[in-house]
Write a protein that binds this ligand. Structure first.
Ligand SMILES: Nc1ncnc2c1ncn2[C@@H]1O[C@H](COP(=O)(O)OP(=O)(O)OP(=O)(O)O)[C@@H](O)[C@H]1O
Ligand SMILES: [Mg+2]
Length: 414
């Protein structure tokens, strides 16, 4: 091969080699792009999956109020809208039940101030009335002005109920302490009044008092005695509320308590025209550790209230069952009475809260129930619908409860 031919061949080889190398690096670069795109896609899907897994409704709107993100939770429920239908449309076209002005104002506040807002909202979207905590969070794409608003709706119904329960327990505990103090102060003067009335009555028999005066004094001392006893009953009621007398604690079969209560009420005049239906779970897991008498007192108060709520005629169901959710047992009393307004519910367990005429109710029944059940480590829940009826549920923990107190103990925990 001549030198020229060798040169030509070498050059050609070099050119082919360069072309191949360029091809290879282009191929590698495009592979890198594909790989990068794949990673970005994967990352996006991962973030989408996170957002979809959140137990909250979440969506994002831009400054034109157009939807840019809509998570899975927002697709469910009565007002659920599919993501494909939501994306790109304005929020006013989607959330038609909410007044557009109000909705716009909520977003504008966040766009303007750049700070998060939070409020509670009742909603029927899940088919029943539930409470949602709505948070509107500002989002900035380039760390400058707010470009989007993230809205999160969290169902806080259970949290709110638990919170209210704790607040109510604290309020009633404070009331209990107050009642215990007042009761103590009233007991002594009551005893003095009773003793004075008794002494007056005795003197009447020992002295020579003219007949008309004797009759008048006898009548007055009788009235005093009667009223002192009435006051004493109220004071004792308050005592039961503030410091339930810890009768001997023993293993108690809940069904037996129900049957014992029904036996006691059988001849009660307020139950003459009330049909009581007992539905007792034979497989209930006894025992509850507590006082048979006190628990019967609770059921009796609930049954009497049920009868009153139905004006003495109708049907009451008393049920026992295991508490699948919390453990322990539930005894519930269901009536078909007048029902209880939402505004009343918060006051039911307060001592002296009554809607009954004087002489008919003192308003101590439920507060005593509350004291006794709390002392057993349990709680009472109420479900009610105006004009339809109410269900009072006594939840009692199974097994060993708190140690017995003598009722005059120092501390009461509710
Ligand atoms: N099953 C019920 N249905 C409707 N309202 C009820 C029911 N149970 C209680 N209430 C309401 O709660 C109030 C308080 O009940 P609570 O048992 O504490 O007192 P009371 O029944 O009025 O009087 P007391 O029990 O001292 O005789 C009642 O006056 C009534 O308005
Ligand atoms: Mg009552």
């Amino acid at each position: 091969m001549s030198p020229l031919e060798r040169t030509v061949l070498t050059t050609a080889g070099f050119l082919v080699g360069s072309a191949l190398a360029a091809d290879e690096s282009a191929r590698r670069a495009s592979e890198a792009v594909v790989e990068r795109t794949r990673q970005i896609d994967e990352q996006r899907r991962f973030i989408e999956r996170i957002v979809d897994s959140l137990p909250v409704g979440l969506y994002v709107v831009d400054r034109e109020y157009r939807v840019h993100a809509w998570n899975r939770k927002r697709e469910t429920g009565l007002q659920g809208v599919l993501r494909e239908e939501a994306l790109g449309r304005t929020i006013f076209e989607i959330l038609r039940r909410q007044p557009a002005d109000m909705l716009r104002q909520e977003f504008d506040d966040v766009f303007r101030t750049g700070t998060m807002t939070q409020f509670e909202m009742p909603s029927n979207a899940a088919g029943e009335l539930r409470t949602y905590r709505v948070s509107k969070i500002p989002m900035r794409i380039n760390d400058a002005a707010v470009t989007h608003v993230i809205t999160i709706g969290e169902d806080i119904t259970e949290w709110k109920r638990a919170h209210e329960r704790v607040a109510e327990a604290q309020r009633l505990a404070a009331l209990g302490q107050l009642s215990a103090g007042v009761m103590h102060e009233i007991n002594n003067p009551l005893a003095t009044i009773a003793a004075c009335a008794e002494s007056l009555a005795l003197q009447l028999t020992e002295r020579d008092v003219p007949a008309p005066l004797r009759d008048a004094i006898a009548e007055y001392t009788h009235i005093i005695d009667h009223e002192v006893h009435r006051s004493k009953r109220i004071v004792d009621g308050l005592l039961d509320f503030s410091r339930p007398r810890g009768d001997t604690r023993e293993p108690v079969d809940p069904n037996e308590v129900v049957e014992h209560t029904l036996f006691l009420l059988k001849h009660h005049p307020r139950f003459k025209h009330v049909k009581v239906e007992a539905s007792l779970d034979a497989d209930i897991e006894p025992p509850v550790y507590g006082s048979r008498e006190q628990l019967a007192q609770v059921l009796m108060a609930l049954l009497l209230n049920a009868s009153d709520a139905m004006d003495g005629t109708g049907r009451v169901v008393i049920r026992s069952r295991n508490d699948a959710a919390d453990g322990g047992v539930v005894i519930e009393v269901e009536d078909q009475g007048r029902g209880i307004a939402g505004s009343e519910l918060g006051r039911l367990f307060e001592p002296f809260y009554t809607t009954k005429s004087p002489g008919r109710g003192t308003g101590l029944g439920l507060s005593i129930c509350y004291g006794i059940v709390a002392d057993h480590g349990g709680r009472i829940d109420v479900d009610s619908q105006l004009g339809v009826g109410s269900t009072f549920r006594v939840h009692l923990p199974a097994g060993q409860a708190k140690p017995t107190t003598d009722g005059q103990g120092e501390e009461k925990t509710t």
